[in-house]
Design a protein around this ligand. Structure first.
Ligand SMILES: *Cc1c(COP(=O)(O)O)cnc(C)c1O
Length: 372
């Protein structure tokens, strides 16, 4: 089955009472215990499990080709569960341009709990290889990266991980499984901020972790999920499940529009540079070709001719792009990334990060043309 069909199948209601076609919302925090002490379908208490969360998790596992999935209240709670499933003294390799809050979580929280980490350029296999230590337990990949859209070779890093017995985790938020399937490429763990394309409408926060054929890791993640309790509410789960149903069509259309916008902006005289993995000018174009499918995602970064103030002016002048952080919604967004990242940022000052929504390409191009 194609993913479009699979996702509709996987999000169908399971409710034996009224047999509804779409999934009802189960707000109950607690569930009846049967006379013999058992629980129907193992539902005991909503932090432990809930029908809306279980449906979402089954759909997520199906979509990424995993064997188990764990939903969380945010993408950060999801990455937290992965770090928390490691042990004091373990070493983690992070991309030098990892999502900046993941870096902060590691630096400010997990180092106090005994994790060690090194950051490396994830496009440089030699750099990754030489960062490996005896206690390295996890290599973290984020591809395309934020905001420079650097591409990491998931197959090659997964191979390296296998040789050294190191888990490979991929933040697949930007690509979604429509464009990239890390578990098929050899990775062990996939993580998403479901706040982005999965929810798809900028109205729900969420995260998830998906693993394949690793019962020990699954058990540790389940412990963190059920005991630490950073779980999504039933309504959050319901909203993300609803978002998943239209994920394939939204993402395909948004990515096509982003590709066309990237091509248009690349040849514009007022634009210095465009970062988009589908462009031949992209430094890792070949790697993107070899591991991304159907398209290259709906995120791009644009360096404007001029300084940071000119870039901020352009962002403010665009009418169809809201000046806001985040991504993956139906509405286009633009952001001066350096201002968001603060004083430690290495992002060029003339760079704008763009999340392309579901508007028509002609209107988006006209907006840029006018403001440039
Ligand atoms: C947004 C984002 C996160 C964090 O997710 P939240 O849902 O905001 O907690 C992590 N990784 C990437 C790539 C993101 O875009």
């Amino acid at each position: 089955m194609h993913s479009q069909t699979k996702i509709i199948q996987a999000t169908k209601a399971h409710d034996l009472i009224a047999k509804p076609v779409s999934m009802p919302l189960y707000l109950s925090t607690t569930f009846h215990r049967n006379a013999d002490g058992s629980y129907t379908d193992d539902y005991i208490y909503t932090r432990h499990d809930n029908p809306n969360r279980r449906l979402l998790e089954q759909a997520l596992a199906e979509l990424e080709g995993g064997t188990s999935a764990f939903a969380f209240a945010s993408g950060m709670a999801a990455i937290h569960s992965i770090f928390a499933s490691l042990s004091a003294g373990d070493h983690v390799i992070l991309p030098d341009d990892v999502y900046f809050n993941i870096n902060k979580l590691m630096a400010r929280v997990f180092t106090r709990w005994g994790l060690e980490y090194t950051t490396v350029d994830m496009t440089d296999m030699e750099a990754i290889r030489s960062a490996i230590k005896d206690n390295t337990k996890l290599i973290w990949i984020e591809t395309p990266s934020n905001p420079m859209l650097k591409i990491t070779d998931i197959r090659a890093v997964s191979q390296l991980g296998k040789e050294h017995g190191i888990l490979i985790g991929v933040d697949n938020t930007w690509s979604t499984p429509i464009h990239q399937r890390p578990l098929d490429l050899g990775a062990d763990i996939v993580m998403h901020s479901t706040t982005k394309y999965f929810g798809g409408h900028s109205d729900v926060l969420g995260g998830c972790v998906i693993v394949k054929d690793d019962d020990a890791l699954s058990d540790r993640l389940l412990d963190v999920q059920q005991l630490a309790g950073g779980v999504p509410s039933p309504f959050d789960s319901w909203l993300v499940t609803r978002g998943l149903q239209t994920l394939p069509v939204r993402v395909k259309t948004q990515s096509e529009t982003a590709f066309a916008l990237a091509q248009y902006l690349e040849q514009h005289p007022k634009v210095a540079r465009v970062y988009y993995p589908g462009l031949k000018s992209h430094p890792q174009y070949e790697v993107a070709q070899s591991q991304m499918i159907i398209g290259y995602g709906a995120m791009l970064s644009v360096e404007i001719v001029g300084d940071g103030l000119r870039a901020i002016d352009i962002a403010n002048g665009l009418e169809l792009f809201a000046t806001a952080t985040s991504l993956g919604g139906v509405e286009s967004l633009v952001e001066h990334r350096r201002s968001v990242e603060g004083p430690d940022s290495h992002t060029p000052e003339n760079l704008l990060r763009v999340s392309v929504g579901l508007e028509h390409i002609d209107d988006l191009m006209a907006d840029w043309n006018r403001v440039l």
